[in-house]
Every structure is written in structure tokens, then in C-alpha cells.
Design a protein around this ligand. Structure first.
Ligand SMILES: *Cc1c(COP(=O)(O)O)cnc(C)c1O
Length: 384
């Protein structure tokens, strides 16, 4: 890691950590090392430790060092997708007979990976409301090895007190994993609050431009970092050089984007809260949100994700999604452009009928960084 930059502020680290100007040419941006193998100077004579790009690639190394610096960790690892990162993490931490606790509002793909794939390998799981410490304690078993937390959560923007759950995990001899995708390290630093591993879908705010799919793991535990790196290489779902480069490029503007996402979301939340066709707004920045105080304590700002319920039920919620013109109807989130979706039929269709089912009249917004007046006008016309 770049120890000499680690005392710098977030915005500076985002632009410089892991990214010295290229030694050969002085290029200020790390080159895309689009290559599979590296010339050895005699057998075993590796230049800079590079031998084969699944094991390590200089563009990916730049991203991995950058990720570690931004989350205040010691080891960052970049994967082909958020779910590839989660798969590597789960298979590193869990063995047959082990148990993990997952949140009742987990990302649908995380739930599917655990309930439909990992479970087949003999791992047990139970669901808890992680915003309620009593619910987490109740879900613990002697074999619990992992507590999984997503805060803010998707799509209901539930807030979990990371420091509190970290205490519970420590007491139970379990590891605390925090999916920090919705907040990004600019708004929230789970490792500093006691988490063992941070997970990201870098597809979202980190990449920030809806042009790449990627994932990341960051830990401050050197030994666990080595184990994860071993599994990353052994399992092979790495981020390619060009995808690593796109995420690195996106991260340079993360701080300014998050500030604008948060400011635009705040204005939209005010408008939705006053709208007669909106029956409920989910946003941790609202003083009425049950997790507001915790969010204010552990987050720099409240981010760009907003969900709301529409009077008139599922049909009307779907109609609102169909009527927007600036908000694009689509899955995913965290890009510069505003997106709208119906979780029940789109991102969360895979949790229908489970404890994680979402309300049918729910609409989710990923508030982009366009002019907020255009976004407000678009929602006004779509709500009718
Ligand atoms: C998108 C997402 C994931 C999965 O990441 P992919 O890059 O799509 O594989 C995990 N967690 C959260 C909160 C997400 O939004």
C-alpha cells in the first residue's frame, strides 16, 4: 500500500492512492495493462511480481490499492462483479455446518446466492432484522460464523448500527460483513466502525457511470486478506484490466458525485413527502426515518437512493415507472443518470414469497446528478 498517501484526505486518496505516474512514461493515469502473461527475466525472474493476470495485473493492483486506501483497510481485492466478490468471501469464511445471519432486506442477488447456491454446500442461514440488535442476537447459533449487514439497505433504506452489530459479532466469535454499496466509502467507513470485511458492487457508485460491472472486498485483517487473495486467484472471478481501469476512473470523482447525489435526493424527498399520491417515503435523511439518528452518526450524508410507495397500489406504481422521461426505467443504481424501477417486479422478483418480499406499491429511485429541477418536474408529471 501507499503508506505515504494514507494520511491524506478522502478526495485526494480517491485520485492518487495506488496510482503513481507510470514509471516508464510518466503517464498520470495507470495504463490499461491488457495482457495475460508477463516476460520473466530468467525462470522466476518476475518484474514487480507479475506473472499471469489472473494472479495479478498492474491495472487491477492500482484499483485494489485504491480500494484499500478508501475504506481504510490493508487489503483490497477486485472482482468481476459484486456477486463474484460475495461468492469468494462466503466460500472463504464458511464451511459445511457453519451458519450465517442475513438481513431481512438484503439485496435480492445476495439472498439468492445464499439461499439457492451456498445452502446446497451445507451452510445454514437465518434471517434477522439487523436494525434491531435483539433480532440479531436471537438469530445467533453456536455455529454462526458470519453476520451480514447491508446499510442503507436495498430497497427499503433500512439502517443498521454497524458499531453495535460489530460488538455482537465479536462476542459471538463471528465475522461482520458490511455491504457498503449504497453508501460508498465516501459516506460511510464500516471497517473503522468494527466491520471485518466490506463488500462492494463497484458496478454502482464506485464505477458511477453505468458502464461496468464489478465487485470488491476490503479488509483490515492482513491474514484474512491473504486468505481472500488466495481464493480470488484459486476461483478466478477477477476484474479484468479494462474494467479495473473504468472503476478507477469513476472513483476519482466519487466524492463530488456523492455530494450531488445526496443533495438532489434531499430535494426529491422533500417534494415526494408533500405529494398527495405518495403514501410513504423511505430515506434515512428524513427525521421520521427510524434509522435517522444512527445514519446521522455513521454516515457523512444520506446518499442518492430513495424509495416510496404510491397510492393506488401495484398498477399505479408500475405506471409511474412507465411515465418518467428523465428518470430511465432500469435496474441497477449509482450512476450519474437517474434511474427508476419497480423492485417487486424487477430487482427483487427473486425474493417474492420469502421473508424478504417488498411492498408491491414500492418504487425505487437512484437519484442522479442531473439538474434537480428537471428531476422534480419529471416526477411531478409521472405522478400525475
Ligand atoms: C448490485 C448489488 C450487488 C451485486 O453486485 P453485482 O455487481 O450486480 O454483482 C450487491 N449488493 C448490493 C447492495 C447491490 O446493489
Amino acid at each position: 500500500m501507499n503508506e505515504h498517501v494514507s494520511t491524506r484526505h478522502f478526495e485526494t486518496l480517491a485520485i492518487h492512492a495506488g496510482q503513481e505516474p507510470d514509471a516508464a512514461t510518466g503517464a498520470v493515469v495507470p495504463p490499461i495493462h491488457q495482457v495475460s502473461t508477463f516476460k520473466q527475466d530468467g525462470v522466476g525472474g518476475l518484474r514487480g511480481g507479475y506473472e499471469y493476470s489472473r494472479s495479478a495485473n498492474p491495472t487491477r493492483t492500482a484499483l485494489e490499492e485504491n480500494l484499500a486506501a478508501l475504506e481504510g483497510g490493508r487489503r483490497g481485492l477486485a472482482f468481476a462483479s459484486g456477486l463474484a466478490a460475495e461468492d469468494c468471501l462466503l466460500r472463504t469464511l464458511l464451511r459445511p455446518g457453519d451458519h450465517l445471519v442475513i438481513p431481512d432486506d438484503a439485496y435480492g442477488g445476495t439472498f439468492r446466492l445464499i439461499a439457492k447456491v451456498v445452502e446446497k454446500w451445507g451452510v445454514e442461514w437465518s434471517v434477522a432484522n439487523t436494525s434491531d440488535p435483539a433480532s440479531v442476537r436471537e438469530a445467533l447459533r453456536p455455529q454462526t460464523k458470519v453476520i451480514w449487514v447491508e446499510t442503507p439497505s436495498n430497497p427499503l433504506l433500512g439502517i443498521t448500527d454497524i458499531a453495535l452489530i460489530a460488538d455482537i459479532a465479536r462476542g459471538a466469535g463471528a465475522r461482520l460483513v458490511v455491504d457498503n454499496t449504497f453508501a460508498s466509502p465516501y459516506l460511510q467507513q464500516p471497517l473503522a466502525l468494527g466491520a471485518d470485511v466490506v463488500v462492494h458492487s463497484t458496478t454502482k457508485y464506485m464505477g458511477g457511470h453505468s458502464d461496468v460491472v464489478g465487485g470488491a472486498l476490503v479488509t483490515a485483517d492482513e491474514e484474512l486478506g491473504d486468505e481472500l487473495a488466495f481464493h480470488q486467484n484459486a476461483m478466478g472471478a477477477i476484474a479484468g484490466p479494462f474494467d479495473s481501469w473504468l472503476v478507477l476512473r469513476g472513483i476519482k470523482t466519487l466524492a463530488v458525485r456523492m455530494d450531488r447525489h445526496s443533495a438532489n435526493a434531499q430535494r426529491i424527498v422533500e417534494a415526494l413527502s408533500a405529494h398527495p399520491k405518495v403514501t410513504q417515503v423511505y430515506y434515512p435523511g428524513l427525521a421520521s426515518h427510524p434509522g435517522h439518528e444512527t445514519a446521522a452518526k455513521q454516515m457523512r450524508d444520506f446518499g442518492g437512493m430513495v424509495s416510496f410507495r404510491v397510492a393506488g397500489g401495484e398498477e399505479e406504481a408500475v405506471a409511474v415507472c412507465d411515465r418518467t422521461k428523465v428518470f430511465t426505467l432500469g435496474e441497477s443504481l449509482g450512476g450519474v443518470e437517474s434511474l427508476i424501477e419497480h423492485p417487486g417486479r424487477m430487482t427483487h422478483a427473486s425474493v417474492a414469497g420469502s421473508a424478504l418480499e417488498v411492498p408491491a406499491d414500492l418504487v425505487r429511485l437512484s437519484v442522479g446528478i442531473e439538474a434537480v429541477d428537471d428531476l422534480l418536474e419529471d416526477l411531478r408529471q409521472a405522478l400525475g
